[in-house]
Design a binder for this molecule. Structure first.
Ligand code: UGA
Length: 446
């Protein structure tokens, strides 16, 4: 099939590369000339394991091309995917759909055959109907087209495997020819028994929000169970395992941590709450999860202060991990932002290391000293805080880090290590989440 992707951000680039891998001819178009030129040179605008390989391979095979010329790239296409950003509007938290609608208008003006215009961007219910209205207004007279909602469920850091081996594909479309094209696009997945669910447009739009909100609720739920363990006993990891083995619950998204963040859960839960508010429907469970998560991120700084004996004033806090989760360079709504600002407000000097060297860190955390190695973060520190579950941290020689610290306290907010490992490595005190503790709310060994 001939496919065009409008918007070469995270979703657009991963989708375009993977569609080329399926065997389709893909044009990726973006207004950012610098980004397109770099992609033509094989330079990725984002950090995503495996992406450079697929992009390189299909740039060579000729199945994947990059351009800034939108008008030409929507001619002769079976499907045009809109994958532009939908950032929250600063004034009210609603998703800003102006980029989606501008793309729809440009596509309409240049279409020259039956084309399915597919929204991949996360858009609130009703947005695809508006895309259809725009196409109707601006497409040449007699031009045939269909609209489809095809939400993505990619996780940063695992996006290629999420695209190539998804749990399901959701297609919201009420036009038979449009559905047939969409099914041909995803035929390589159907051949591998991936469920391809076709439904109406509004249902597809809401599946995306409901999925992210449910997962956010799940994480907030285990985080509250984690707090309960700290007071009454029990170990959160084993509880997560024990409930997760029940297939009705499932074991994923039950890892306790400092709170959920990223470019999706916070934005999508807020947008879903706005939709519900406008419709006069209370989504009290989602609202509670959002509130609990905000509070959790703020509380984490207090926990670190308590673990340091009640004050961090004048102390040096070494930090491992700044991004919102491991295996990504994304700092958006990372718990580290609230936590480290809280520590600095309490008088600490914060020295942080992140393996992805996130380029936004200096701007978002101007008072944090960013260092290039874990040893520099630990050097002379009064405590070492693990904020992100980077897999590479597990390979570090903790003994080396403990050796250069002033006080050997580890505060592990991802439960990445364990008491025995920390003790063997020379840490005198180890704090984690979700176990009964000597220090308030935290586990302690000495
Ligand atoms: C999320 C969804 O998982 C994807 O399916 C979806 O496509 C994507 O949003 C999106 O809407 O584009 P992502 O934001 O990359 O993906 O991150 P997740 O892996 O879902 O993690 C979200 C947050 O929850 C992170 O802060 C993570 O640390 C936290 N989390 C996740 C936990 O604290 N515990 C868990 O067990 C799982």
């Amino acid at each position: 099939m001939n496919i065009t992707i409008v918007g070469v951000g995270y979703v657009g680039l991963v989708s375009g590369a993977c569609f080329a891998e399926f065997g389709h001819n893909v044009i990726c178009v973006d207004i950012d000339e610098h980004k397109i030129n770099r992609l033509k040179d094989g330079i990725m605008p984002i950090y995503e394991p495996g992406l450079d390989h697929i992009v390189g391979q299909h740039s060579l095979s000729g199945r994947l091309t990059f351009t800034t010329d939108l008008a030409r790239s929507v001619k002769g296409r079976d499907a045009v995917f809109i994958a532009v950003g939908t950032p929250p509007r600063p004034q009210d938290g609603h998703a800003d759909l102006s980029f989606v609608y501008a793309a729809a208008k440009s596509i309409a003006e240049s279409m020259d055959q039956f084309t399915v215009v597919v929204t991949k961007s996360t858009v609130p219910v009703g947005a695809n109907r508006e895309v259809a209205r725009i196409l109707g207004q601006y497409a040449p007279a007699g031009q045939q087209w269909a609209v489809a909602s095809n939400p993505e469920f990619l996780r940063e850091g695992a996006a290629i495997s999420d695209f190539m081996e998804p749990d399901r594909v959701v297609i919201g479309c009420d036009n038979a020819q449009g559905i047939a094209i969409m099914e041909r696009i995803y035929a390589p997945l159907a051949a591998r028994n991936t469920p391809i669910m076709t439904t109406d447009i509004e249902t597809a739009e809401l599946i995306k929000y409901a999925a992210n909100a449910f997962l956010a609720v799940k994480v907030s739920f285990i985080n509250e169970v984690s707090d309960l363990c700290e007071r009454v006993g029990g170990r959160v990891e084993e509880i997560a395992k024990g409930i997760g083995l029940d297939r009705r619950i499932g074991g994923s998204f039950l890892r306790t941590g400092p709170g959920w963040g990223g470019s999706c859960f916070p934005k999508d839960t807020r947008a879903m709450l706005m939709t519900a508010q406008d419709a006069g429907v209370p989504l009290s469970i989602v609202a509670a999860a959002v509130g609990a998560n905000e509070q959790r991120k703020r509380d984490m700084a207090d926990r670190i202060v308590e673990a340091c004996g009640g004050s961090v004033n004048g102390k040096v806090i070494g930090v491992l991990g700044l991004t919102f989760k491991g295996q990504t360079d994304d700092m958006r709504e990372s718990p580290s932002l609230d936590i480290l600002k809280g520590l600095i407000a309490a008088g600490a000097r914060v020295r942080a290391f992140d393996p992805s060297n996130p380029h936004e860190a200096a701007h978002l955390l101007p008072d944090v000293e960013l260092v290039k190695t874990p040893e520099e973060a630990a050097d002379g520190a009064d405590a070492l805080v693990v904020l992100t579950e980077w897999m590479v941290f597990k390979s570090y020689d903790l003994g080396e880090l403990a050796r250069v610290m002033r006080q050997r306290i580890m505060i592990d907010l991802r439960n990445l290590f364990d008491e025995a490992t920390a003790r063997e490595s020379g840490f005198t005190t180890y704090h984690c989440l979700g176990q009964r503790s000597a220090v308030p709310k935290l586990a302690q060994v000495s």
